[in-house]
Design a protein around this ligand. Structure first.
Ligand SMILES: Nc1nc2c(ncn2[C@H]2C[C@H](O)[C@@H](COP(=O)(O)OP(=O)(O)OP(=O)(O)O)O2)c(=O)[nH]1
Length: 193
C-alpha cells in the first residue's frame, strides 16, 4: 500500500490518527480557505477538504492523501477558528445555552484516481453559563486553533449538556468514517511496523 499522508497542520487531527495506528505522515495543505459567500457549511467543508487533499496529492501523486475541514453552524451563523480571545468569547456566547452542529468533511484521494469523501455532522447542546465562568474557560486557552473555541475532549466538556453523533468528529476527524474510507480503499490494520 502506498504511503498515507494527512494533509493537515492540526494537532487534533494528528492525535486522532496516532490513535488509529495506521502509519502516516503529515504535510501542510497550504491552500486558500476562502469559499463563495453564502455557501452552506456542509458544502464549504466538503469543498475545502477536497481542496486540501488535492493540493497535497499534486505534490505526492503516488501517495494516499486524507484532507479534512470543519465548520460550526449555529442558527444562521457559520463559525471557524477564532482569531483572538475576543472572537472566541463572541463564538462561545453564541453557543452557550444553544444547540449547534459541527460539520466535518474528509476526502481520501489515492493512486489510480481513487476519490472518496464524506461529511459528518455532530449536534452539541451547551449549558448556559454565567459570564465569569465563560471568562474562566477562556483563561484555559482551549479556544486557540479550535473551530467554535472549545475542546470537547478537554475542559470544554464541562460546557456540554448533550452530544448526538461521533464525538471524534468534533475533535477534527470523524473516525468512524475515516476507518470506513480506509477499509474501502483496501488499507490493512494492526500491521506490525
Ligand atoms: N482538540 C480539539 N480540536 C478541535 C475541537 N474542535 C475543533 N477543533 C480543531 C480541529 C481543527 O484543527 C480545527 C478546525 O479547523 P480547520 O478544519 O480549518 O483545520 P485547521 O486549519 O486547524 O487544520 P488543517 O486545515 O487541517 O491544516 O479546530 C475540539 O473539540 N478539540
Amino acid at each position: 500500500m502506498s504511503e498515507l499522508i494527512l494533509a493537515s497542520t492540526s494537532s487534533a487531527r494528528r492525535a486522532l490518527m496516532d490513535g488509529l495506528g495506521v502509519p502516516y505522515r503529515t504535510k501542510a495543505p497550504g491552500v486558500d480557505e476562502h469559499v463563495p459567500a453564502g455557501l452552506p457549511a456542509d458544502e464549504a467543508v466538503r469543498m475545502l477538504a477536497v481542496r486540501k487533499a488535492r493540493a497535497v496529492q499534486e505534490r505526492h501523486p503516488e501517495a494516499w492523501v486524507l484532507g479534512a475541514d470543519q465548520l460550526v453552524e449555529v442558527g444562521s451563523d457559520v463559525l471557524g477558528k477564532p482569531r483572538d480571545r475576543d472572537a472566541a468569547r463572541a463564538q462561545l456566547q453564541r453557543l452557550l445555552g444553544n444547540t449547534h452542529v459541527i460539520h466535518t468533511a474528509v476526502c481520501l484521494l489515492g493512486p489510480g484516481g481513487h476519490h472518496s469523501e464524506t461529511v459528518e455532522d455532530t449536534r452539541l447542546t451547551f449549558f448556559p453559563v454565567p459570564p465569569e465562568e465563560l471568562e474562566r474557560y477562556l483563561d484555559t486557552g482551549e479556544w486557540e486553533g479550535c473551530a467554535g473555541s472549545y475542546r470537547v475532549e478537554g475542559r470544554g466538556q464541562a460546557l456540554l449538556q448533550k452530544l448526538e453523533g461521533d464525538r471524534t468528529n468534533v475533535q477534527g476527524l470523524p473516525m468512524l468514517s475515516v476507518v470506513r474510507l480506509l477499509r474501502q480503499a483496501g488499507f490493512d490494520f494492526f500491521v506490525r511496523p
